[in-house]
Design a protein around this ligand. Structure first.
Ligand code: BTN
Length: 267
C-alpha cells in the first residue's frame, strides 16, 4: 500500500497533480461539512470561468440519489463536488451524470484498475460491485449562467465493519490496486478527466461520449427492472441514447427511460 493513500487533502498537491489544467479550477477543502453538494448549491461561487471544486475530509450528511444517505469514512473515502457552468442559452443538460461516471471510469482504467463498469444512470462498478456514486444537482437559471453541481463519492478503503447495502456488493480502491495513488493525486487525475469530458460534452453533447459509455455498460443486453417513483418496468437494457436516457427493449418496443433505479431482473 502506498503510504500516501490516506494523506490529508491539500490544495497545493492537488494543483500540482492537475498540471497544465490547474488554471481551469478553483479548489477549496473543508475538514468537515454536511455535504459538498449542499454547500455548493446553497452558496455558489462567482462565475469566473473556472470549475469550482469543494472537497471535504468528512461529510456529516452526505447525500445519495433518491433521498438516500451517502456514507463515507474519514480518510477512507474521497468526497467532492465540482460546480460547472454552462454557456448562456444552453439547453438543460442531459446525461451529465453519465459523463461524470465515464470520467471516473477512465481515471480508474488509467491507474490500471480492471473490470470497470458503468451502471445507468450514475454508479461506477468494479466487476459488479459499487466503488463510487455520483449525484448531479442543477442550479436553475434566474438570470445567472445555469450550473450543475457534480458530486462524487469514491470508496478508497472501506472499514471492515462498514455496512453498506447494495445488490452487487461494494468494493474499494484498495482491493483493486496493490499501490493505490494518494488521495490528492487521485483527485487531480479525476478532475483532469472531468474537465476534458465536460469540454467534449459542451461542444458536442452526450452523443459524442455515448459509445465510450456503452462500452462499459454493466447491464448491456441483460434483462433488467427499472424501479420508478410509482411503477416498475421490465425489459432488456439495449444501451443509452444521445441524451443519456436508458433504452429498454420491452414487449411493446423500445422505451426511453429518463430516471429510476436499475436492477438485474431475476427470471
Ligand atoms: C449515490 O450513489 O447515491 C450518489 C452518491 C453521491 C455522493 C457524493 S459524495 C460528494 C457529494 N456530496 C454529497 O452529499 N453527495 C455527493
Amino acid at each position: 500500500m502506498d503510504s500516501s493513500e490516506f494523506e490529508a487533502l491539500d490544495a497545493g498537491t492537488i494543483h500540482a497533480a492537475l498540471g497544465d489544467s490547474a488554471d481551469a479550477f478553483s479548489l477549496r477543502i473543508l475538514p468537515e461539512c454536511d455535504s459538498t453538494n449542499a454547500r455548493l448549491l446553497a452558496d455558489p461561487p462567482p462565475d469566473d470561468g473556472r470549475i469550482h471544486v469543494l472537497a471535504a475530509e468528512i461529510q456529516t450528511a452526505g447525500r445519495g440519489r433518491r433521498g438516500r444517505v451517502w456514507q463515507s469514512w474519514p480518510g477512507a473515502s474521497l468526497t467532492f463536488s465540482a460546480l460547472w457552468r454552462f454557456a448562456p442559452g444552453s439547453p438543460v443538460p442531459a446525461g451529465l451524470s453519465l459523463v461524470a461516471g465515464l470520467a471516473l471510469a477512465r481515471t480508474l482504467e488509467e491507474l490500471g484498475v480492471e473490470g470497470v463498469q458503468l451502471k445507468w444512470p450514475n454508479d461506477v462498478l468494479i466487476h459488479g460491485s459499487k466503488i463510487a456514486g455520483i449525484l448531479v444537482e442543477l442550479i436553475p437559471g434566474r438570470g445567472r449562467t445555469p450550473a450543475a453541481v457534480v458530486g462524487l463519492g469514491i470508496n478508497l478503503r472501506l472499514p471492515d465493519d462498514a455496512v453498506v447495502e447494495y445488490a452487487g456488493g461494494v468494493t474499494d480502491l484498495a482491493k483493486c490496486l496493490t499501490s493505490p495513488p494518494g488521495r490528492n493525486r487521485l483527485l487531480g487525475l479525476i478532475l483532469r478527466q472531468l474537465q476534458q469530458l465536460f469540454e467534449v460534452y459542451a461542444a458536442a453533447g452526450f452523443g459524442a461520449l455515448r459509445g465510450a459509455w456503452q462500452q462499459r455498460n454493466a447491464f448491456a443486453d441483460l434483462p433488467v427492472r427499472i424501479i420508478g417513483e410509482a411503477d416498475e418496468q421490465r425489459g432488456v437494457c439495449v444501451g443509452v441514447d444521445e441524451d443519456g436516457a436508458l433504452l429498454l427493449h420491452t414487449d411493446d418496443g423500445v422505451r426511453r427511460i429518463l430516471s429510476g433505479e436499475l436492477s438485474l431482473r431475476t427470471l
